[in-house]
Design a protein around this ligand. Sequence first.
Ligand SMILES: Cc1ncc(COP(=O)(O)O)c(C=O)c1O
Length: 488
Amino acid sequence: MTYRQARWEEPDIWDLAPIRTGDSPPAIPGIPEKLRRKEHIRWPELSEQEVMRHYTRLSQMNFGVDSGSYPLGSCTMKYNPKVSEMLARRKHAVELHPYQPESTAQGALELFWRLERILTKVTGMPEVSLQAAAGAHGEYASLLMVRAYFRDRGEAEKRTEVLLPDTAHGTNPASAAMAGYTTREIPSRDGCVDLPALKAAVSEKTACFMLTNPNTAGLFESEILDIAETVHGVGGMLYYDGANLNAIMGITSPGRMGFDVAHLNLHKTFATPHGGGGPGAGVLAAGETLAPYLPVPRIVKQGRKYHLDYDRPKSIGKIKTAYGNFGLDLRAYAFALTHGEEGLKHVARRSVLNSNYTALHLGKFLPRPFRTLVKHEFVLSGSPLKELGLRTADLAKRLLDEGVHAPTEYFPSIVDEALMVELPETESKRELDHYIAAFERAIHDTPENLRSAPHATSVRRVDEVRAARQPLLTWRDLRAAAGKAQTP
Ligand SMILES: Cc1ncc(COP(=O)(O)O)c(C=O)c1O
């Protein structure tokens, strides 16, 4: 079945409805008169059904995990369980204030504390902080911890370099640069870190090596223990980008692999909502060496009470106004409890199974640069499309017409015309087969249909360079700009 999205061009209720003017906004108790809006409101006169259809139509103009499979590699677009959503919307959760007295927020502090205990097990690291707001924030905070550690040792001046593999997620070098380090790229061999090249690159200048394992090609860095020994051998720190924990959760951990500090994206692995710049929940985990540098406050349990502890002299300080992103932490906690320890292992196994199953089938249509068993995601190369005058982006756009989302495009950059696919454990075999069939139809379509796709989405092909360079960050009435009726 092809999913058809509502379009901008379709008639809008705002164009059809008679407009009633003259009403003044109602007074709201407690809001001073001087802050009250003075102009009259223009209300469209509409029935409930018309309003319902309007908002349903608007919702259909978007694509999300509730609309269809969304295999963005490296982004882990999981279904967000509705039970977690219901819990996060309960009165007790939404009416909490981040700065209310500790004694009146004991339940929230207990939830943070318990989630931290779960995550120490998952990461294999003794201390966890939920404070970072997203993955990149966690990366940056980790590097500040590394810097504080070297400052304490009197080595901050000489430890100026952060090393990264050429498969690193773009935020890694950006965070390193923001933290004041120079970056140096380590090449890969068959998709994994080239160990001899790493050995040649490490030195007394090395502050940190930033790595994700499995890496962004979906491959497990099996030489990880040698990598750890190499970095530690010159006194450097090993940082784990744990956005991709889905493949290893409960099976192995950054702690067991020898990492000193890690960040996790709860908004990926723990099925909390994300995307479109939405809320995130980065989590920091630290081994013995770097734990004293974690941000304050830390949550401590004294007897049966929970406190925010600021008395950590080595800490890098505060990195966020409140402690953690409560709504997301609550959802992640619900996800962890729903699955239990064994369930989380099952999540990892199932995500690896989904990935290998899909790789096997999609590998019939496009070459896979690294023909090996993969973890949670895999990479295809769209380079054969070039013979038809097409690019990976054309195939990606055609997939949208099939009612499924495209994989991540053009990343990792070591693969020509890359497509990076991740269908997490929340997708059933039926959905995987549906995706494979959609992919097969799209890739066998005519070059012209691919080049002009998408045809059935609410917005057609956009100028992506302009969208990135000159984004419209506030609401505009595009139809009005195009000379059509104005919305009230
Ligand atoms: C491997 C990896 N690292 C880091 C990040 C950054 O996470 P965030 O988008 O939450 O800042 C991502 C996000 O896409 C990622 O895939």
